[in-house]
Each structure stands twice: as C-alpha cells, then as structure tokens.
Design a protein around this ligand. Structure first.
Ligand SMILES: C[C@](O)(CO)[C@H](O)COP(=O)(O)OP(=O)(O)OC[C@H]1O[C@@H](n2ccc(N)nc2=O)[C@H](O)[C@@H]1O
Ligand SMILES: Nc1ncnc2c1ncn2[C@@H]1O[C@H](COP(=O)(O)OP(=O)(O)OP(=O)(O)O)[C@@H](O)[C@H]1O
Length: 284
C-alpha cells in the first residue's frame, strides 16, 4: 500500500514571546500560514517492523533523528502497529530555516499513517501526538492559517489571508531555535500581543494592515547574531516588497508582494545576495 503527501512550509506573520515557562519553553502567540513550497512524502507499508527513511538530501538525518521517523515511531508504538513503513522524503524546503520543514514532514507522516493504518484519529488527536515531537508539528497537522498559543501546540484555525506572493530568502547560515529563544527579550507589551492585530487583519481581509503589523520577537535576536538577516530584510524592502519579516527563529526572511509585476524585481534583487531564494504564493 502506498500514499503520497505534500508537506508545505510555513511562515510566521507574527510571533510574540510572552513568558518563559518552568519547563524551559516559552509561552508564545503566533499567526502562521502555509506557502506553496512543499516537501513530498511517499509512504509505503512494509511487512517487517522497520521504519526506513529514504532521501537524496544527504544533509538531513536518515535515522531516528529525522522528525518523520519520530512521527512513525510514535504512532506505531502508541497504537501497537506490527507493520513497518518506508518514508521517502523529497526535500524541497530549506533545512533549519525557520520554515518548519522537518515539522511538516512529521505532520504528513502522522496524517498519512492515520489513513493507511485506518486509525480514525481526529486532527486534534494527531496534533496532540505531533506536539510530543516538536512545537510546530500541531500547526502543520492542521495546515492552512492559524493562531498558535501555548508553546505553539494550541491551534485556532483562521481563514486564509488575502492572496499574495511571498519571496523567501535564506542566507547560508544555520540558526539554533533553542539558542534564539534563550536570548529573547520578553515582549514589552505582552499584555497586548501583536498577533491579535494580525488575526483581526486576516479576519477583515485587510492586506495593508497585515503588512503594517508583521512582527517577530525573535527577529532582533537572530539579527544580532547574524547581520545578513537585517541586510536581506533591507534589500527586500528596497527592491519593492510591501513588507518583510524573518520567519520563526530564522534565518529565512520573507517579503510579501501583492503586485505580480514586482515579484521578479524582488526575486532578482535577492538572488544576487543569497543562493536559496524562492518566489511562492500563500495558500488560499
Ligand atoms: C520558532 C518556531 O518555529 C515558530 O513557529 C517555533 O516556536 C519553534 O518550533 P520547533 O522548531 O518545533 O521547536 P521545538 O523543537 O519544539 O523546540 C526547540 C527549542 O526551542 C525552544 N522553544 C521552542 C518553542 C517554544 N515555544 N519555546 C521555546 O523556548 C526550546 O529551547 C526548545 O528546546
Ligand atoms: N525531515 C526533516 N527535514 C528537515 N530537517 C530535519 C528533518 N528531520 C530532522 N531534521 C533536523 O531538524 C533540524 C531543523 O530542521 P528544520 O528544517 O525542521 O528546521 P526549521 O525550519 O528551523 O524548523 P522550525 O521552523 O520548526 O524551527 C535540522 O538540524 C535537521 O537536521
């Protein structure tokens, strides 16, 4: 039995860090939305007990460190499934980029195995399982656009934002999410997180208001560690993006562009600056 799934990347339209928790994580409020840059996951059920990761991307682990492997292991153990699975990952999303690539692969495996092994789990149940793997997996199980709270695992679904182009630019540096959270300054206005304003803008279908209120508390931290991130953001804005922000813990910076005529200009301006640049669209 075989199944093929898309595992899309996400961007953060907002990320407010509200408080440090006793478990070492941070209480956050974020608005996330998927974009049409996706990995492809092919699942093939095996007669033996094994979980096998296959990928041509030599830069991601092909063993139990892979989040897709961890998703299969979790569901297999929790529901005492005797069969195994081969997971082929066609990696299109840049790695360690702030785009939740690994989390999205894990979420796709949860969705796929739920179907193939006929487990009948709801999205909420799959998201609860996913949050045992990583904070972004619950969002990736639902996909679309959502407000995420808690450490990222509490999901409130939202309508899609007004459609637009998204230019993504990733500089050739790796960022540790844990290190970035460890250095963050708590939101000075934690009582009025900016995510609420973005949520209202999405509900009103107000593209300009979304552009005006993009916000990420992790951005100054990663910028202080890696000057390139600020340079990329400046270049996005100078070349004509309507707004620009770092996604997640970075280092990928995205630019939002409504006017199709501007997309090539922004894309080309960034191509001269870093190798990994993509022009994609929000998912409506
Ligand atoms: C930056 C974001 O990608 C925004 O969507 C997420 O908040 C991070 O999600 P993630 O990569 O799935 O993160 P996890 O694998 O769960 O956590 C990695 C590390 O980030 C820190 N972490 C993560 C999430 C959170 N709410 N508070 C934290 O302090 C913790 O030190 C944790 O050990
Ligand atoms: N399936 C996978 N795809 C990509 N990276 C993976 C995968 N499984 C494990 N990893 C490891 O996870 C780490 C983070 O990769 P990932 O691409 O998920 O980061 P990210 O985009 O910053 O995620 P997030 O936005 O959720 O913080 C890398 O060090 C990578 O080796």
């Amino acid at each position: 039995m075989k199944c093929s799934l898309k595992a899309p990347a996400k961007i953060n339209l907002s990320l407010d860090v509200l408080a440090k928790r006793e478990d070492g994580f941070h209480e956050v409020e974020m608005i996330m939305t998927e974009v049409d840059l996706a990995d492809r996951i092919d699942l093939t059920i095996r007669n033996d007990q094994q979980i096998v990761i296959q990928t041509l991307a030599g830069y991601i682990p092909a063993d139990s460190r892979n989040l897709a492997y961890q998703a299969a292991r979790l569901i297999k153990d929790r529901f005492r499934i005797a069969a195994g699975v081969t997971i082929y990952i066609q990696k299109n999303i840049p790695v360690a980029a702030g785009l939740a690539g690994g989390s999205s692969d894990a979420a796709a495996v949860l969705r796929g195995l739920n179907q193939m092994w006929d487990l009948g789990l709801s999205k909420a149940q799959l998201a609860a399982l996913g949050s045992e793997i990583g904070s972004d997996v619950a969002f990736c199980v639902y996909g679309g656009t959502a407000k995420a709270t808690g450490r990222g695992e509490k999901i409130e679904r939202l309508p899609a934002p007004p459609p637009c182009w998204v230019v993504l630019a990733k500089p050739p540096i790796g960022v540790s999410t844990g290190e970035v959270y460890g250095k963050v300054q708590m939101s000075s206005n934690a009582a009025a997180p900016k995510s609420e304003t973005i949520k209202q803008a999405i509900l009103a279908g107000d593209y300009n208001k979304i552009c005006h209120h993009l916000h990420n508390d992790l951005e100054p931290v990663t910028m202080s560690l890696h000057h390139e991130v600020l340079q990329i953001k400046e270049r996005m804005l100078e070349s004509g993006a309507d707004a620009s922000l770092m996604s997640g813990s970075g280092p990928t910076v995205f630019g939002l562009i409504r006017n199709e005529g501007q997309v090539h200009r922004v894309y080309n301006a960034l191509r001269g600056f870093c190798d990994q640049v993509y022009a994609v669209r929000t998912i409506s």
